[in-house]
Structure formats: C-alpha cells, structure tokens
Design a protein around this ligand. Structure first.
Ligand code: BG6
Length: 517
C-alpha cells in the first residue's frame, strides 16, 4: 500500500511571484492561465503570492477580475468557482513606476506582509514581461529597493528578445550581472518549454536505434520548419524593427537545431546539457562573406495573397509597418555544423509568417542503404525519414520502405506514427506552465544560458550585417505560399527537396500504426 505521507511533494517551494507587465498580453494569454494550471495540479501549494505590477492603477478586485477572465478564456482547465476563490486570494496588484525606487521600497513592505500571510520562506521570482530596455532599470531598482535582501532565493525570469544584436545583448547582460548571478537568470525561449522539443533528448538518448545513426554516415540532411499562418497582427511596430531573423531564428530555430545537433551530455545536469548545446552552436560554420550569406540564406517578405479563400494584405500594408520596409518576414538558410558528427550534412532551416500552414517540424532524412540486392536498379527507394512534430500536432513519425502486399518486388514507403496530441489531446501542459514550474524549482535546463545567447547572436549578426547593404536581395512571396522559390532551388542544388510537413498533402503513404488518420 502506498504511504501517502512518504510521497514526494510535487509542489515548488513557496515564493512571491512578481509579474512586471501584469496588464499586458503575455500575462493575460499565457502567464495567468499557466499559474492556474500549476495550482490545480498541486504544483503550487498554498504558500505563494502573485503581485501584479504595471503602471496603470488597478484595485486588487479589478486585477483579480482580469485574471479570472484570462483564465476562463485561455486556460486548458475549466475554472470551477471554489478553486478560483482559493486561487484568487493569492493575487494582489500594485501600480508601480519602474523608474522610481520609492515604489520598490513600498513593494518590499508589501512582500513582507505577503510572506507573513502565506507563510512564504523569503523566495522571490521576478518575472519581467517587459521590453528588454527595462530589464536593467528594473534590476537596479529591485536591488536598491531592498527586494533582494532575503533569506530565500531570488530569481529573475526574462522574456526575449535578449538584445538586438551581440553588442546590445552584451550590454544588457552586463547590466543584469551587476545585480544577478548567471545562475539566478532564467532567459525564456518558450520553444524550449514545448513538450516535443524536450522530447528530442529523450528520443535521441534513450533509443537504441536512433543515436547510432545520428551522424553524417547515415543522415543526408536535416530540415527544420517553423511555419506560421499569421501575419504580424497588431505587433507591426515591434516586428518591423526585429524581423524573422531576430524574432525566430536567433532563438527558437537555433535552439531546436542545437538540440538536434548536440553531443550526448555526460550527466543530465542543466550545465552539462547547456555545455553541449553551446558547443553545437559554436560549431556552426560562420558565413565568411556577404556572397556566402547571399548563396546560403534567403530573406523574404510577403506581398498580398490569399489563404483558405481569404484575401491577405502584403507586409508593407500592415499596421505600423513602414510602407518601404525591407524587414524580412521569412528566413530560410542552409547551415553546416562543422564537427566530426555532422561534417558535410546540410541543415536547412526556414521560418516565415503567412505561410500556408501553422506547423513546427523537424525532418531527419537518412541516406539510402548502400546496396539494395533485391530490387537494385529497378525501383527508386524513398529515403527513411524521422519526423518530429512539435507544434501544433505533437508526435513522431517514421517513414520506412516495405514490400507492397500482393505484388512481387515492389517497394513502397509506409509510415509508423506516434501521435501524442491524439492521445492526450489538448491536455499537454503549455510551455509556460513547464517553464514557470521549472524556474520555481531552480531547474534551468530549458532556459538559455548567456553563452548560448551570445553564440546565436554572433551567428545571425553576420547575416544581418550582409543585409544591411542596400544591394542585398529581398525576395518576395505571396501571402499563403511557401516562401521564396530561391529556398526550394537551394535544396535542389544539393539534390534534395523539402519534405511535406503536416497539413501538406503527401502521396503514397499508408499509415500502419498508431495513426490518427
Ligand atoms: C514568438 C514570436 O517568440 O513566437 C512570434 O515573437 C511567433 O512572432 C511566436 O508568432 C510563435 O510561437 P508559437 O508557440 O505559436 O509557435
């Protein structure tokens, strides 16, 4: 019989959570629902408090109402009244001018009351859902306002973008380091909180039949797609300064690439894992000249088009976008990881707005068998594929060759699929739930360390630098299409093509196991 008293608690240590930017979109769509899910699952016990902070005046009641609305709209759990009332008691709001240290002193007073009321052991989690130029000033005022003088731990959670390029990222990091140690800084890349991104490690390192093949002897190329159907929506002002390179490639795409390319860590310790990731990033072959960038990187911008019968405007006509903007909404690239494992294997990466489907997928294309005694010269063999579906479908499928039933000597590609989202439906924890929970437990594996961020900036800065020259080519693509044709040509040059991703039609596939189809 299970001894309940001896079961390990799953609750994170009690803490005060400070949400800077509490009236913003991220808090409403992601953070409040994530906190509620954690509470419902017992991952937050009763010894916690959430302080909403923003400039706007709001009473505790109004703030709780905002939180309630957000949870009803965005949480994966249905909100029942009894649980909501208990949860809501933990939420307070304080208007704060983040440039004024006096407010931070007041916040310290409020914190002491909350510690006493909820029995919180002095732990502090500062979540900055703010523009990055505010990270420094807020950190200084946290220190000067006395909020870091505590018996418990203090952690800083920050959102991307972490800088605009390597130089600005360095400056920002330097400011943060005046107040926080690297171990206290949790840089969010929400892709690292996604179930299937975390699964890459498990898949690679716990299966006998992947890791031995995971190298240039057996892998022909790797394709990583991060496609979105949305345009820039109401974020034109931010996006026009950022573009896809800084918004998606520097972080989400390179993080996924590093998880695919990294060597096995010697221990499952956050620092060992991040050491391996940074080594993979360091092995990325830098583009030496503008010509190399032009040959290997495609930057594109969408023009007017249509998707699912709906007319769409071009990027330059979007709200808050410069009508002559050269900002890229698509980046595709051929990159190489120059080490023993990956020498010669192209990694094709692409991301774009206003593409035909919303999907994030990694396709590993294997080399063909060296000799095919039974069917040599009579049939083209389709290569084996391993596909990791990250988003919104979660799962893994493998494409192999098998004999066509009833017909002699005819081979056809067939697929085996593990569809995780079909099995647990919408109830996979959201990335933000996992990341907030991890930060509260001091588990930093799925947060980006400074050297990873710096390495990724150094790599993409070279592309941005080439694009700053006016003569660098900006390709266009119609909204609702698969991006500039140049990217397809690049794969053709190498004898490859983009494998269809989820949502695109694929011929000749028989789903033989675990299929959702
Ligand atoms: C964000 C980008 O980091 O990721 C957005 O700023 C993008 O532009 C979003 O839309 C995509 O995230 P997801 O989880 O919806 O694939």
């Amino acid at each position: 019989m299970t001894d309940v008293s001896k079961q390990e608690s799953i609750a994170a240590a009690g803490a005060v959570y400070y949400l800077f930017g509490a009236t913003g979109d991220l808090a409403r769509r992601k953070l409040f629902p994530a906190l509620f899910s954690l509470y419902k699952e017992g991952k937050l016990a009763e010894d916690f408090a959430v302080v909403g902070l923003a400039r706007r005046p709001r009473t505790n009641e109004q703030f709780r109402e905002d939180v309630h609305e957000s949870i009803k709209e965005f949480c994966r759990y249905k909100v029942d009244d009894a649980l909501w009332s208990k949860f809501a008691e933990h939420f307070v709001y304080m208007p704060l001018d983040i440039n004024n240290v006096e407010g931070f002193r007041e916040l310290k007073g409020l914190t002491e009351q909350l510690d006493a009321k909820f029995g919180i052991p002095g732990n502090r989690l500062f979540y900055l859902a703010l523009a990055p130029d505010l990270f420094g000033p807020v950190s200084f005022n946290l220190r000067d306002g006395g909020l870091l003088e505590t018996q418990g731990w203090s952690r800083l959670v920050i959102e991307k973008p972490f800088g605009y390029d390597l130089e600005s990222a360095r400056k920002l990091n330097k400011q943060l380091n005046q107040v926080f140690q690297e171990e206290q800084i949790y840089r969010i890349d929400h892709y690292l909180g996604k179930e299937m991104v975390q699964n890459i490690q498990v898949l690679r390192f716990s299966n006998a039949f992947f890791e031995p093949l995971w190298n240039n002897k057996h892998i022909a190329n790797v394709q990583i797609t991060l496609a979105e159907t949305v345009g820039v929506e109401e974020r034109g002002g931010y996006y026009d300064k950022s573009g896809a390179l800084r918004d998606m490639v520097q972080n989400h795409l390179l993080q996924m690439l590093s998880m695919i390319a990294m060597e096995p860590p010697s221990r499952l310790h956050p620092e060992d894992i991040r050491d391996e990731k940074v080594k993979a990033l360091r092995s990325l072959r830098p583009f030496a000249t503008d010509e190399e960038v032009a040959r290997n990187v495609v930057r594109g911008q969408y023009t007017a088009g249509a998707l699912k019968g709906k007319d769409l405007t071009g990027y330059r006509e979007e709200d808050s976008v410069n009508p002559e903007s050269k900002t890229e909404t698509y980046v595709g690239a051929r990159v190489f990881v120059d080490n023993f494992r990956w020498a010669g294997v192209p990694f094709y990466i692409r991301t774009g707005k206003r593409l035909p489907v919303k999907t994030t997928e990694v396709v590993i294309e294997f080399k063909n068998v060296p000799d095919n005694v039974l069917f040599a010269n009579r049939h083209d063999l389709s290569p084996n594929l391993l596909v990791i579906r990250v988003n919104p479908m979660e799962g893994i499928y493998i494409k192999i060759n098998a004999k066509k039933p009833g017909v002699d000597n005819v081979i056809q590609p067939v697929s085996m699929e593990f569809c995780q989202s079909c099995q647990i439906g919408i109830n996979t924890p959201e990335a933000y739930e996992r990341l907030i929970y991890d930060a509260a437990r001091g588990e930093s594996t799925y947060f980006t360390r400074w050297d990873e961020v710096a390495q990724a900036w150094a790599f993409v800065d070279r592309m941005a630098q080439a694009w700053r020259e006016d003569n660098s080519e900006l390709h266009t693509y119609a909204a609702g299409s698969w991006g500039p044709a140049r990217m397809d040509e690049m794969l053709e040059e190498d004898g490859f093509f983009w494998w269809p991703v989820n949502g695109q039609e694929e011929d000749n596939v028989i789903w033989i196991s675990g299929s959702s189809k």
